[in-house]
Design a protein around this ligand. Structure first.
Ligand SMILES: Cc1cc2nc3c(=O)[nH]c(=O)nc-3n(C[C@H](O)[C@H](O)[C@H](O)COP(=O)(O)OP(=O)(O)OC[C@H]3O[C@@H](n4cnc5c(N)ncnc54)[C@H](O)[C@@H]3O)c2cc1C
Length: 218
């Protein structure tokens, strides 16, 4: 195996530099790792907790910044063990893995992702600067909306359309994110079942392969 490939697949210890409470159940963990800094939108890291397990986590890396992040929702054993880490603790990572999003040259784009499903789409937004982008994101309730303030500021600065949805209606539209796509009163948002030009997004996944499609407005 070539040295660079071997390095990619060998767990590397990284020290956590900062940890941010993003919502009551989601924390972001930031560290420095040259390979992860270069992760492309849609790629993920394998994050290992010795003695527990290893899970895939989307990598949040904005090119030009010397840090990378993973954004973790507390759930089962691995995510809970990771969630309880403190600044200065070690993380073990491999990768990045997976095919990056293929974004093509479409000008009008609809980007949809709720909860931590938003994470791989954030660095994608940076690649979409100057395009006509609508982002739909949501959560169960207002306090669980991920990166809400950042998205509001970024949407104003870079002029993309931003639609929030919450299941309980406590912020934005009262709806589940996929249902916001349903056409209402001549609304021009496409229904996902209608065939459209689309960007096929495939992401590698050790716990089952997920295919995702970002529909593009015509
Ligand atoms: C490509 C890819 C990227 C991913 N990126 C991210 C990411 O950026 N952030 C992230 O948080 N996760 C991400 N995941 C999911 C992550 O890999 C784990 O599946 C998740 O953290 C749960 O792992 P666990 O071992 O803690 O729980 P598991 O062992 O998977 O689950 C144990 C039990 O806990 C339950 N459970 C697990 N999580 C939750 C939850 N959140 N709420 C309620 N019950 C739960 C399960 O239903 C199960 O019953 C990604 C997965 C893939 C495939």
């Amino acid at each position: 195996m070539e040295q660079a490939t071997a390095q990619l697949h060998t767990p590397r210890s990284v020290r956590l530099e900062r940890i941010v409470d993003e919502t009551p159940s989601i924390r972001s963990f930031w560290f420095s790792d040259v390979s992860m800094h270069k992760a492309h939108p849609g790629q993920f890291a394998m994050v290992w907790v010795p003695g527990v397990d290893e899970v895939p986590m989307s990598v949040l890396a904005i090119h030009g910044k010397n840090e990378a992040g993973v954004v973790i929702k507390k759930g089962g054993p691995v995510s809970t063990a990771l969630w309880e880490k403190k600044p200065g603790d070690l993380f073990w990572v491999r990768g990045p893995y997976g095919h990056p999003y293929s974004i093509g040259h479409h000008h009008k784009l609809l980007v949809v992702g709720g909860g931590t499903g938003l994470v791989p789409l954030l660095s994608l937004l940076v690649h979409f600067r100057g395009r006509d982008v609508t982002l739909i994101t949501g959560a169960r309730t207002a306090s669980e909306l991920l990166f809400k303030d950042w998205l509001i500021a970024d949407s104003k600065e870079h002029q993309f359309k931003l639609i929030f949805a919450t299941d309980d209606g406590s912020y934005g539209e009262k709806n589940q994110v996929p249902k916001v796509l349903r056409p209402r009163n001549g609304n021009s948002l496409p229904h996902p079942s209608k065939p459209r030009k689309s960007v096929q997004v495939r992401r590698g996944n050790l716990r089952g392969l997920r295919n995702r499609t970002l529909p593009c407005l015509p």
